[in-house]
Design a protein around this ligand. Structure first.
Ligand SMILES: [Zn+2]
Length: 283
């Protein structure tokens, strides 16, 4: 099952699922669920991520604040927290994309944002891989898997230009170092590709505590100046396994946070391409 983005297009992610989980672990918060935070101004329309039945609406002073829960098929549940208000009642049937309320800053929240959770059989899961800009025609992702054209399953095939890189609906053919591996000699490998399908924040420093100064859509190719050194990573409250990349003056992106790989290295094109090898357009 896939889910629509519940926030207006191009809303910036301020905390990913991995960052939520990591933060909970670091702070020993046991009763804390991972989700995705998007910075959205107060009063922004919030949409149901899938067809479903409203299972709870509440106006809590703490925690999620004013929030809505929607039960979906296949044991999925979505939660929309820190709202200003809602326009649905328990038992209402809602359609994917239907506006259910407006965002705000209620409950335990430090600024206007939407905290969005996805649970499968009551276990919080990362919504990112299941988020899509549009659902297959008919609304019900029933029959065949969305093979062509649908930006599903982590590879947004359609839509993102990405500098003429990936072909329609497929992995980038070759030229990529396997996920999780690092280039042997860093200076000779100056590029990375954003694979997080909700995009990546650009922060002023190497760590989630640094202010957000921009956002890179999925599939963006970036020039990497250097890896962020371990000291600044530790100093920013991250883990030793986290890896941040500097891409500009006071511009950093997370390559790996909490074990999640968010950007992959791109191998340098071969110096003298063999005739055998299918050449890609240089970007
Ligand atoms: Zn959150």
């Amino acid at each position: 099952m896939q889910f629509l983005f519940p926030v207006p297009a191009s809303s910036i992610v301020t905390q990913s699922f991995a960052e939520h989980v990591h933060r909970a672990k670091v702070n020993n918060w046991t009763n804390y669920n991972g989700g995705i935070d998007w910075a959205v101004s107060s009063g922004s329309p919030i949409a149901a991520a899938q067809d479903g039945t409203v299972s709870a609406v509440r106006n809590d002073a703490t925690g999620y604040g004013t929030h809505v829960r929607i039960q979906h098929a296949e044991g999925y549940l979505t939660i929309y927290a820190h709202l200003m208000d809602f326009n649905v009642r328990v038992g209402d049937k809602v359609k994917a994309g239907q506006v259910i309320g407006r965002s705000d800053n209620t409950g335990n929240s430090t600024g206007p944002h939407l905290h969005f959770e996805l649970r499968k059989n009551n276990v919080a899961v990362d919504p990112a891989p299941l988020l899509t800009t549009f659902l297959p025609a008919g609304g019900e992702p029933g029959g065949g898997m969305p093979g062509g054209g649908q930006p599903g399953g982590g590879m947004p095939g359609g839509g993102m230009p990405g500098g003429g890189q990936p072909g329609p609906g497929g992995e980038t053919p070759g030229g990529e170092i396997p996920i999780g591996e690092e280039p042997q000699s860093f200076p000779s490998l100056p590029r990375a590709r954003v694979i997080s399908n909700i995009g990546l924040n650009v922060r002023m420093g190497p760590g989630v505590s640094h202010p957000i100064v921009g956002w890179l859509p999925p599939e963006t190719l970036v020039e990497v100046l250097r890896k962020a050194d371990a000291e600044s990573v530790v100093g920013s409250g991250g883990a030793a396994s986290d890896l941040w990349l500097q891409i500009g003056h006071q511009q950093f992106i997370a390559q790996r946070v909490g074990g999640d790989v968010l950007a992959v290295w791109l191998a340098l094109p071969p110096a003298a391409p063999k005739p055998k090898r299918r050449r890609k357009k240089t970007v």
